[in-house]
Ligand binder design. Structure first.
Ligand code: FAD
Ligand code: UDP
Length: 388
């Protein structure tokens, strides 16, 4: 079989690009995936108890981009779901992002005065990052900022990143701002929900196209060689577009050193009860070695009595050992500079393209990846049309 395009990785980045090229470009596309399943980190499956679980951590779809929502809606119906998270602060549960309801739970009688002050300084429905709130010089607001920092951010961030909120990329804590509202949803995006039958069936439909050929259990590094003349697939120069969605350092044998990531250990537990907790996710922001507990039935809407499955997430540095997964890029100037060296190598290869959370070394949500992949496919299709 002669292929027109080669795509590596069957997560959102690879699956969307491959589908677009196969469909719009009328091409034969080969998609290689080293795991034994498609879906990348969004992969879900039923566990032994029959509960639909997310094998690589809880995934909630949300986006502001209508194009992304409409695109995925071709492959799935949606269950309405709005993620609501509480923090467990010394046994007391309060909404996260910290909002006006959390303020009342934490500050009791003092909450009214603090709320009025917050609203007069920042305005209603505003989002303020913890790092910005801590710059406020008003003694009362600073006390509030310190409370939120101590009870919501510092321990969770130490567990997740091994360092303090000041030492990580500010965009990371900005994902969970203090919200001057009673809206207790984790995301305010206009489009949010869960794929009605799960993520894996969504991928199965996306990849179901006569021009799309998926090979599982296949590490592209065993099939590709980089030569001065170009990329070789199975020993022959491949002239079509090659789209790579894995970690870019691995591709070049980590010759400049490993790109730093955090990995996670997931501890799944099945319990003989209807419900384990009241929300989809509870963040453990002051104690416990894990960051959060997620109970899948809340998110998937699955109705099963007397049994439920939860997952606890434990974060640690990624070492590159066999079986470890690089989940979170550690974004700072030094690591970005290292990434750029690898990207430079990749850019030196004509017809080679990087897209995805790993390949771009970014903290991207699913929707951002779909958007990036749609844009890449558009560019590839457009440039090809010109060259014909
Ligand atoms: P991936 O999903 O990582 O897919 C890359 C694929 O490439 C993998 O399947 C990998 O096996 C394969 N691959 C790599 N190298 C090779 C090779 N050499 N040969 C063959 N195959 C290869 N986003 C949200 O929007 N909402 C959420 O709630 C959410 N929760 C998350 C929770 C956790 C714990 C994590 C880690 C991420 C979460 N995300 C969430 C982000 C989401 O997982 C990513 O945005 C998305 O899955 C990235 O897709 P991708 O295709 O870029 O990468
Ligand atoms: N965070 C925190 N406490 C919380 C929730 C989040 O300190 O209760 C910080 C932490 O640094 C985390 C970041 O905000 O890594 C982003 O949180 P998010 O829930 O978006 O992380 P993800 O779901 O991507 O793991």
């Amino acid at each position: 079989m002669k292929y027109d395009a080669l795509v590596i990785g069957a997560g959102y980045a690879g699956a969307v690009t491959a589908r677009q090229l196969a469909e719009a470009g009328n091409r034969e596309v080969l998609l290689l995936e080293r795991r034994d399943h498609v879906g990348g980190n969004a992969y879900d499956r039923k566990d032994d108890a029959g509960i639909l679980i997310h094998q690589y951590g809880p995934h909630i779809f949300h986006t502001t981009e209508k194009r992304v929502y409409d695109y995925l809606s071709r492959f799935t119906n949606w269950l309405p779901y709005e993620h609501r998270v509480v923090a467990n602060v010394h046994g007391q549960l309060m909404p996260v992002p910290f909002n006006l309801s959390s303020l009342e739970i934490a500050f009791g009688d003092r909450a009214d005065a603090l709320r009025e002050k917050l609203l007069s300084v920042y305005g209603p429905e505003r989002k303020v990052t913890i790092l910005d709130l801590r710059k406020n010089t008003d003694p009362e607001l600073l006390q509030l900022a310190n409370y939120v920092y101590e009870n919501v951010f510092v321990n969770y961030t130490m567990k997740q990143w091994g360092t303090t909120p000041e030492q990580i990329d500010p965009e990371t804590t900005a994902r969970v701002p203090i919200f001057l509202s009673r809206d207790d949803r984790y995301f305010q995006d206009p489009y949010q929900g869960m794929p009605a039958n799960g993520y894996t069936p969504l991928f199965a439909r996306m990849l179901d196209h006569p021009g799309l050929h998926v090979e599982l259990n296949c590490d592209a590094r065993d099939r590709l060689i980089f030569t001065p003349e170009g990329v070789k697939l199975d020993g022959e120069i491949f002239t079509g577009p090659v789209v790579y969605t894995g970690p870019v350092d691995e591709l070049f044998d980590c010759r400049f050193g490993r790109l730093p990531y955090r990995t996670l250990d997931f501890q799944f537990e099945t319990h003989p009860v209807d419900w384990y907790q009241t929300r989809g996710t509870v963040n453990y922001t002051v104690d416990q070695p894990y960051t959060r507990i997620t109970e899948f039935k809340h998110m998937t809407g699955q109705e099963l009595k007397g049994v439920t499955t939860i997952v606890k997430e434990f974060s640690r540095p990624y070492s590159g050992a066999e079986g470890e997964v690089p989940y979170y890029a550690i974004i700072n100037p030094e690591n970005t500079a290292l990434y750029e060296k690898y990207r430079g190598l990749a850019q030196g290869i004509p017809n080679f393209h990087l897209v995805g959370r790993l390949a771009e070394y970014k903290y991207y949500n699913m929707d951002a990846i779909v958007s990036q992949a749609l844009n890449l496919a558009d560019r590839l299709l457009e440039s090809n049309e010109k060259s014909e």
